[in-house]
Design a binder for this molecule. Structure first.
Ligand SMILES: [Ca+2]
Length: 406
């Protein structure tokens, strides 16, 4: 028996291929590099081992009559403490007593979420959340993807969009349409285009409503391309609400560089689009996005200014709530990408709702640590940066000290 596991590293698109052979397996990847991934808050190696433990148990239980395929499996982080492994295909072969020469093969596909167990410090499968996708009646979702440049919001034609096994190319308006997609949550949409960095985002697909989301690509060369040590956040969402806004706060030129300097801070948003180290590249007021903020080293420096940066999304105007907006924020950092999506919430309201997405702690050497926050609060646009002070409550945000490693 020989099985191959193919997982796509969502940070850089490279493939990781653990190999099953004769009942044992090995994982031919650079452990140190993957153990150092901090964006998930958990290591990818731990996730792989948890996945292997999951699939080896039923493998042993059903002896020779099973086949587990990872040919279309993808994995990605959902939050600081959860990842999703999609499309694990399990086939069971049973003898047909009426026709022994033609055994019956039953196939099911599963998306399995994994959660970080604070007690055991391991990722464990959340089996209650596994989804059986063997029912083909769920191939009923349509999807419209509007693809734009993250640098200036212009439509991108000729971008190749992939959803599951379906592929479409954007037209001159930057639009790609799909039908007959499998409904589900956190469905992966991937995009490539010449002179842009390949990216992806996830969205929920429903068969009962139309599904329309934006997806924006960051230039890989020329105008708008990220230089070394620049950081970018790209926000896209659906047709509603009309106007979400990106907000970034961080250390101003007078800052001490301390994470606790609550006094000397900038606030970049639609009403103040530029500081010496951050810029709102594009603002969108009619749905889809993008809203793009780029952070740069100060003039004459090669590394980011030390201090605490906080990225938030504010519901300014329009119907729908942030959790139902189809919002997706992608962080570009050090050649890697990480997607953040708003957590489900029935209590999150419309206008004035703030989704505090993540914080970046930049040390004196320019090293960056990412802390997902993913909480909701309520504020006016100008008060997304409040005047509240005090360590752990910088700008009235989530207790930053609570997020620091223990
Ligand atoms: Ca906006």
């Amino acid at each position: 028996m020989r099985q191959f596991v193919l997982l796509t590293d969502h940070f850089n698109g490279t493939s990781i291929t653990p190999v099953f052979a004769g009942g044992s397996f090995f994982i031919p990847i650079n452990h140190e590099a993957y153990m150092n991934k901090k964006l998930f808050g958990v290591s990818l190696v731990t996730a792989l081992l948890a996945l292997v433990a999951l699939v080896m148990a039923p493998t042993a239980a059903v002896a020779q009559n099973r086949d587990i395929s990872f040919a279309s499996t993808t994995g990605y982080g959902q939050s600081a403490s959860t990842i999703m492994i999609n499309n694990i295909q399990v086939s069971f072969t049973t003898t047909n007593p009426f026709d022994p020469t033609h055994p019956t093969i039953q196939t099911a596909r599963y998306n399995v979420p994994f959660a970080f167990d604070q007690t055991t410090l391991h990722l464990v499968p959340t089996l209650g959340g596994a989804q059986d996708h063997s029912d083909t009646s769920s191939l009923c979702a349509g999807l419209t993807v509007t693809v734009r440049s993250a640098a200036n919001g212009s439509p991108l034609s000729g971008a190749v969009i992939t959803v599951g096994s379906s592929t479409a190319t954007t037209n001159t308006s930057g639009v790609a349409t799909f039908s007959g997609l499998r409904s589900g949550s956190a469905v992966l949409i991937s995009a490539t285009a010449a002179n842009y960095t390949a990216t992806s985002r996830t969205t929920d697909l429903s068969c009962t409503i139309g599904n329309s989301v934006g997806l924006s690509l960051s230039p890989s060369s020329g105008t708008g391309a990220l230089t070394a040590n620049q950081v970018r956040v790209v926000l896209t969402w659906g047709e509603n609400p009309r106007d979400l806004d990106s907000h970034l706060t961080g250390p101003s030129s007078a800052s001490s560089g301390s994470l606790t300097d609550t006094t000397n801070r900038f606030h970049v948003y639609y009403s103040a689009t530029t500081t010496d180290v951050a810029k709102l590249d594009t603002d969108d007021q009619n749905g889809i996005g993008p809203e793009t903020i780029t952070i740069s080293p100060p003039s004459g420096r090669t590394t980011l200014r030390a201090g605490l940066y906080r990225y938030s999304v504010h519901h300014f105007l329009g119907s729908a709530t942030i959790p139902t907006s189809g919002a997706s924020a992608t962080l570009y950092l050090g050649g890697r990408q990480q997607e953040f999506r708003p957590p489900a919430s029935s209590s999150a309201g419309g206008s004035s709702t703030v989704w505090t997405v993540f914080e970046l702690a930049v040390d004196a050497a320019g090293g960056v640590t990412v802390y997902p926050v993913n909480t909701y609060s309520t504020a006016s646009a100008s008060a997304v940066r409040s005047t509240a002070t005090g360590y752990g409550d910088i700008e009235r945000g989530v207790d930053f000290a609570r997020l620091l490693p223990k």
